[in-house]
Design a protein around this ligand. Structure first.
Ligand code: C2E
Ligand code: CA
Ligand code: CA
Ligand code: CA
Length: 279
């Protein structure tokens, strides 16, 4: 134990110290961020590959920190998860995204599907179902316009309760997309659940297209599984024309990525969807 302690001390660098302090500070500020209204949603379009038409958007949360500027979700979501704050954030996201759909409907934009990301801690909690139906009822949007994005690890975490939770979502009419598909270590059994209607192929496989043989094989296999189970496919992280061409030819239905659009604030989505009406 003595040597371990010495080692621990030796490896405790000033950089780690600063990181730990930053995390600690972020944690206490995160608790206040909700009440101070510091969160914001950006919306990334998802396009139908065959036509290039925008058919959906994914809500992506940002934290506008008073001093630090925009803090990326990859930095604060894990902290929110460990502090048990993620449920409140995800609930705020669902309510805000539903309210945004209503605003866009009122502006007569073409009706889009809205996807929200839901963390494992949120999905596993008994308040999740009541929370999501409250968001829908409060805004007055039909459940079939909303899509919940769950990672394989979120599904794994719920274990034997997964089937029941998925059934409740399905009864409510909310669809489920498997996010970051292919990066988890779970079985494929949950793909048969009726609530699961979409597969999102992770960016890490798209990045190697079309030159990396492994990524080509894996992507084609995932598309084949989706086809035979009649799941709708969405590829994420498309940055090049070559990736687009490959996926279109391989039969992927929908795609998201910087090639089409970055995540945008609501007014820029409006400009994209109603270019004439705004002039
Ligand atoms: P994700 O759900 O896999 O979202 C896709 C991420 O990839 C987003 O990062 C998006 O901005 C980025 N992206 C999109 N197209 C491209 C591309 O062509 N190239 C590259 N390099 N990146 C692209 P973002 O917005 O930073 O979000 C990161 C992660 O944070 C999300 O990954 C999701 O897991 C989580 N997250 C975001 N919003 C929420 C939320 O409201 N609730 C929860 N629980 N998690 C969220
Ligand atoms: Ca997602
Ligand atoms: Ca993803
Ligand atoms: Ca991801």
């Amino acid at each position: 134990a003595k040597t371990e302690e010495r080692n621990a001390l030796r490896f405790y660098t000033p950089k780690m110290h600063a990181d730990a302090r930053r995390r600690l500070k972020l944690a206490s500020e995160l608790r206040q961020a909700l009440t101070r209204n510091e969160f914001q949603l950006l919306y990334q379009p998802s396009v139908e590959m065959r036509t290039g038409r925008i058919v959906a958007v994914e809500a992506l949360v940002r934290w506008r920190h008073p001093e630090r500027g925009s803090v990326p979700p990859d930095e604060f979501i894990p902290i929110a998860e460990s502090l048990g704050l993620i449920r409140q954030i995800d609930q705020w996201v669902m309510e805000t995204a539903c309210a945004q759909m209503v605003l866009w409907d009122q502006m007569r934009l073409p009706p889009l599907r809205m996807a929200v990301n839901v963390s494992a801690g949120t999905f596993a909690h008994p308040d999740f179902l009541p929370g999501i139906s409250q968001a829908l009822v409060q805004a007055g949007v039909p459940a079939n316009r909303l899509l919940v994005e769950l990672t394989e690890s979120a599904i794994l975490r719920l274990g034997e309760d997964t089937e029941r939770a998925m059934q409740s979502l399905h009864k409510l009419g909310v669809g489920v997309a498997i996010d970051d598909f292919g990066t988890g270590y779970s079985s494929l059994a949950y793909l048969k659940l009726p609530a699961v209607a979409y597969l999102k192929i992770d960016r890490s496989f798209i990045a190697g297209l079309p030159s990396n043989g492994n990524d080509v094989a894996i992507t084609e296999a995932m598309l084949a599984i989706a086809r035979s189970l009649e799941l709708h496919t969405i590829a994420e992280g498309i940055e090049t024309e070559a990736q687009h061409e490959f996926l279109l030819r391989a039969g992927c239905q929908e795609a998201q990525g910087y090639l089409y659009s970055r995540p945008l604030p609501p007014d820029e989505i409006e400009r994209l969807l109603a270019p004439r009406a705004s002039q």
